[in-house]
Design a binder for this molecule. Sequence first.
Ligand SMILES: Cc1cc2nc3c(=O)[nH]c(=O)nc-3n(C[C@H](O)[C@H](O)[C@H](O)COP(=O)(O)O)c2cc1C
Length: 320
Amino acid sequence: MSLPKVLQNLRLPVVGAPMFIVSGPELVIAQCKAGIVGSFPALNARPQHVLDEWLTRINIELDQHKKDNPDAIVAPYAVNQICHGSNNRLMEDMATCVKHKVPIVITSLQANKDVYEAVHSYGGIIMHDVINIRHTEKALSMGADGIIAVCTGAGGHAGTLSPFALIPEIRKIHDGLLLCSGSLATGGSVLGAQAIGADLGYIGTRFIASKEANADEGYKQMLVDSAAKDVVYSSLFTGVSGNYLAKSITAAGMDPNNLPEADKSAMNFGSGGNSDKKAWKDIWGAGQGTGSINDSPSIADIIDRMESEYKAAKVRISSS
Ligand SMILES: Cc1cc2nc3c(=O)[nH]c(=O)nc-3n(C[C@H](O)[C@H](O)[C@H](O)COP(=O)(O)O)c2cc1C
């Protein structure tokens, strides 16, 4: 099946994944100008009315860029909605998205019929993130247009299934838009995701170590200094299992090799959990792809490099 129209003209088959705190207008605009989809969680715009300001700015800057560079590939942007009872802004944020006709909405945690109807009312598309087949079936039955498989090794809240297992299983029940995430950090890994059946790669951690990301310089440097072995999977910090940089856990005064299990009653997606250190702010999320990050250049430079790697990987494979 062909890609939805809105995704047919990308420079590289990549969506920049939404990241709590890290993704704001600078990052999104840079990603779209570089030719990949940029996205941010609506909850990053605080208080709620700031979402309207961010969307206005993104639309104006991207429209201007298109006018100034008529031949450039400018990708669409996406807004991430956390569909969970703890998000009391959800429908207000949706009304703002409808006002701006946000081209793509990414839903996380629960598939939500009201959100889906709102997005479809103006012709937008929904991509829902999942960690297993049960979540996939549920989202598809509610009308999701695309599925994002959040596989093992992904930054932030992540699943435990290998993409080599999950992507083909999803393909058995869904021939539409499918994205693959978890540790993708190079152009070669994007081609790998396509080789196993995904249409697009969904990448978070690589973009934290960029000039435009809203992240502490120490966080960016820790990504450069860390490898896959330095990523710890724990439910302690938010009540949901996710991947974090071991060195940030140590810096917060805890032993990353001896973390207690989370108390589910303390589930809190934004922060907190069972320690006085805040997830995302003090305990830094990262996927295992951190081992492929060696610098923090601009998004334009990262995408130039990824595109060369992607093309080189294609040549390497087709000549082997
Ligand atoms: C610091 C951080 C914050 C994140 N915050 C969110 C979020 O607010 N909403 C969401 O749907 N996913 C969030 N994610 C998950 C990403 O959208 C994406 O699934 C993940 O980064 C992909 O794996 P990778 O980091 O290995 O590329 C976050 C990931 C990181 C690293």
